[in-house]
Write a protein that binds this ligand. Structure first.
Ligand SMILES: C[S@@+](CC[C@H](N)C(=O)[O-])C[C@H]1O[C@@H](n2cnc3c(N)ncnc32)[C@H](O)[C@@H]1O
Length: 229
């Protein structure tokens, strides 16, 4: 992820912690065996032609920060006509998801390792995605840490470039203050319509972070936006 820096400075504050968690032996084996089939490796300065990575040409759904891959795989199973691209930085999550994709037999999923903001801005072509999903982004709740949240004005501009006109952005969180933060950032970004609900939400399943939120009695906010044509 070297091109996160420009002139020696970070281009934005990372929304994740580096090297969090350990990869087990079984996960290492799975990565060695299955990553070549499901993983997309990208190089500095190069954009990826997704037509070369997926066999179909159905709607492109991107999930950012898929964690252990539960929602990603369930989405791919529910919509075999779609291409599902997951982007995650967390190695154990990538390994777990690689195993899940393999076990599911889904051929319509591909995985990328990296900062999603970097992948979307530097490594994918514009106007290609039908929907972007974010499930339970890290809330960065401490005072002064809000600049590390994934959803920032810069990230919203990057998502605007990647979505097709009419494309959708769906975010779920159990942190009410994060939901308010997103509403504010998207309202200020212009070009988005808050739709309140989307047909894509019918495929949502409870993720580990949603379970935690519910155990703690947190209400779940589901945000749905459409990019105006
Ligand atoms: C709180 S977890 C939620 C995981 C999963 N979506 C769930 O609901 O169980 C947030 C995830 O986002 C990932 N993440 C944070 N910032 C990211 C970024 N810029 N690009 C890709 N993944 C990111 C983290 O590594 C972590 O796995």
């Amino acid at each position: 992820m070297s091109n996160l820096k420009q002139n020696g400075q970070l281009r934005w504050a990372p929304s994740y912690l580096r090297n969090r968690g350990k990869v087990t032996r079984a996960q290492k084996r799975a990565m060695k065996e299955w990553w070549p089939e499901y993983g997309i490796t990208f190089e500095h300065g190069r954009r990826i032609d997704l037509d070369e990575c997926f066999s179909g040409d159905g709607p492109l759904l991107i999930e950012i920060g898929f964690g252990m891959g539960n929602h990603l795989v369930s989405l791919a199973q529910a919509r075999p006509d779609c291409r599902v691209l997951g982007i995650e930085v967390h190695r154990p999550g990538l390994a777990a998801a690689t195993m899940k994709v393999h076990e599911s037999g889904c051929s319509n999923v591909r995985l990328m390792r990296g900062d999603a903001r970097l992948v979307l801005s530097d490594h994918l072509h514009e106007k290609i995605a039908d929907a972007i999903f974010v499930q339970f982004p890290d809330p960065w709740p401490k005072p002064g840490s809000g600049h590390r949240r994934l959803i920032q004005p810069g990230m919203v501009e990057v998502m605007k470039n990647i979505l097709k006109p009419g494309g959708e952005f769906l975010l779920t969180t159990d942190v009410e203050e994060y939901a308010d933060h997103c509403r504010k950032v998207l309202a200020e970004a212009k070009g988005w319509q808050e739709t309140g609900a989307s047909p894509w939400q019918q495929y949502r399943i409870r993720t580990p972070y949603e379970e935690k939120g519910l155990e703690n009695g947190h209400p779940i906010s589901e945000l749905a936006y459409r990019l105006l044509p």
